[in-house]
Design a protein around this ligand. Structure first.
Ligand SMILES: Cc1ncc(COP(=O)(O)O)c(C=O)c1O
Length: 386
């Protein structure tokens, strides 16, 4: 029987020992074997026994299976954080002398890894603008991996997944995509030819600001490589965080519907506010990204960005909110605002900020699950103080 997304996110594999409704937390570092022959498969990917929680653990496996279904993947692996997932995947796929091409507009932590660490391992990193990325064969025909995000943190610019994948296929490169901003409810990139999807599960998948985790999804042939790297780099999620993620997934579809609806309402409100110079939200028909978003997203997401006159105006808005919290985080039940040049992108120099299209007056808004009319009223009164 084919099941809907919410059903899949609620009902995973059951632990039949005590018929518990929630899946138990296997809070153990290791598992005993019945006899020494039990170690025959200790190094196997997808072994049917558990040995050591850094390799895998039943609580993690149960959540991974759900997440794989949500992203239309053959397999999923959980990590200690989104950054841990990103760095493990890239170090697993690339070796000294290889070229990685990435979109210039990325989460600041990813840019820092690509700028400061990847070159130390002999990895040649090339950052391209979106139009150049669509013609990767002209700039980096030797690239082994193409890496990108869409919608992009923090401006929610949308890249065409179809066009990035087409360019990558022309040069025989693997495509890795960060899908954190969209969540699998709004966008399933593997259906469009992406090879591996990565999430900061700290954001929408966790959704309650109480979990730090990452996830990688894809086909088994590639996930086997990622599994081997996770074992060695050691960034496996804790069973307790996996349990919290499982709790969160049960409401993911409901939460995303509300995030999408409130973000659109707030974006429409900002469009008519004179102090807001620009609204970045792919669900607005006036957005240059609207057509691409309609092509590849089933919902436009809970993230939006607005540009005010300058940093002082951005600070005044953030500091006068009564409901929204000024936090360098996103994707949670609480509405969160942050000024990218002070937070997520503070490690970029002036030139990098310019190239990423980021100005000091920008405020990133992660629209939460509060009543929409309360949020509009809160931003209206805070704008009055700008
Ligand atoms: C788009 C995106 N990817 C990855 C990360 C890193 O995730 P984590 O903080 O879980 O390491 C973040 C964090 O903000 C993010 O916004």
């Amino acid at each position: 029987m084919t099941r809907g997304t919410a059903t899949d996110a609620i009902h995973g594999t059951r632990d039949t020992s005590e018929r518990s409704v929630t899946y138990p937390i296997y809070q153990t570092a290791a598992f005993a074997v019945e006899n020494s022959d039990g170690y025959a498969h200790i190094n196997d990917y997808n072994a049917d026994a558990f040995f050591y929680s850094r390799y895998d653990n039943p609580t993690l496996r149960q959540v991974s299976e759900k997440l794989a279904r949500l992203e239309h993947a053959e397999d999923c692996l959980l990590f200690a954080s989104g950054m841990n997932a990103i760095t493990t995947v890239l170090l697993a796929l690339l070796r000294s002398g290889d070229t990685l091409v990435a979109s210039r507009a990325l989460y600041g932590g990813t840019i820092t890894f690509l700028r400061d660490y990847a070159p130390r391992f002999g990895i040649n990193v090339v950052l391209l603008d979106t139009d150049e990325l669509y013609q990767a064969e002209k700039y980096v025909p030797e690239a082994k991996v193409v890496y990108f995000e869409t919608p992009v943190n923090p401006r929610c610019d949308c890249l065409s997944i179809r066009q990035v994948v087409a360019a990558a296929k022309r040069i025989g490169a693997l495509v890795v995509k960060d899908n954190t901003f969209a969540s699998p409810i709004n966008q399933t990139p593997l259906d469009l030819g992406v090879d591996l999807v990565i999430h900061s599960a700290t954001k929408y998948l966790g959704g309650h600001s109480d979990v730090t985790a990452g996830a990688v999804m894809g086909r088994q042939e590639l996930m086997k490589t990622v599994f081997s790297a996770r074992k060695v780099f050691g960034g496996t999620t804790s069973p307790h965080d996996a349990f919290l993620l499982d709790r969160s997934l049960k409401t993911l579809e409901l939460r995303m519907a509300q995030h999408n609806a409130s973000a659109l309402a707030l974006a429409q409100f900002f469009e008519h506010e004179p102090k807001v110079q620009q609204v970045f939200y792919p669900g607005l028909p006036s957005s240059p990204d609207y057509a691409v978003a309609c092509e590849q997203m089933s919902g436009f997401g809970g993230m939006l960005c607005i540009a005010l006159e300058n940093l002082d105006a951005a600070k005044a808005l953030c500091d006068h909110l009564q409901i929204g919290l000024n936090v360098a985080h996103l994707g949670t039940a609480e509405t969160l605002v942050s000024i990218p040049v002070l937070t997520s992108h503070s490690m970029l120099n002036a030139e990098e900020l310019k190239k990423a299209g980021l100005t000091p007056g920008m405020v990133r808004i992660s629209v939460g699950l509060e009543n929409t009319e309360d949020l509009i009223a809160d931003f209206a009164q805070a704008l009055g103080n700008v």
